[in-house]
Design a protein around this ligand. Structure first.
Ligand SMILES: [Zn+2]
Length: 166
């Protein structure tokens, strides 16, 4: 069971399939992270993360890759936008360190934790969590995406150094 808070402050209980194994490495004492419930085109982006594969929106007419997701291509105005699998490779464009998380559950990441902006090989920039050491945070460092699905409609996106095993 995982609890998540809605923006209205209500608590929802989500039933996961199957019972957890006692030997699983879960942080059962840690509070659960707030799991967003995205809508619109963002919902399409996060539904792919929920399935475990990073997808980026692209224009079927002019091949431009977009992010964040839109209803019309900013290049040619087409509404023929599709989600394509991404290789998940990019380079660090910037990052920030969080010392006091708004959601206390994020303290389990270890404080301070980094949030990175990654420029993808496809040209767009993504904001994500960081799964490497702080020493590995360097501008232009090659990174690869790592996804942690959280339910049917959302997944957490992280990056780690390209050559590092997850
Ligand atoms: Zn286009």
């Amino acid at each position: 069971m995982a609890a998540s808070r809605s923006l209205a402050g209500a608590t929802e209980i989500q039933q996961e399939s199957g019972e957890p194994n006692p030997g699983d490495e879960t942080m059962s004492d840690a509070p659960a992270k707030y799991i967003p419930d995205p809508d619109g085109r963002n919902a399409d982006f996060y539904r792919h993360l929920a399935a475990g594969v990073l997808h980026l929106q692209a224009c079927d007419d002019c091949a431009r890759v977009l992010h964040p997701p839109r209803f019309l291509c900013p290049g040619c105005g087409s509404d023929a936008l599709v989600f394509q699998p991404s290789a998940g490779k990019g380079r660090i464009f910037s990052w920030t360190l969080t010392h006091r998380p708004v959601d206390p559950a994020w303290a389990a990441e270890g404080l301070p934790y980094a949030t990175v902006i990654v420029e993808m090989e496809e040209g767009v920039r993504l904001v994500a969590g960081w799964r490497g050491s702080r020493d590995a945070l360097r501008l232009d460092a090659p990174v690869r995406a790592e996804i942690e699905p959280a339910g049917d409609a959302f997944g957490f996106l992280y990056f780690r150094p390209a050559g590092e095993e997850g």
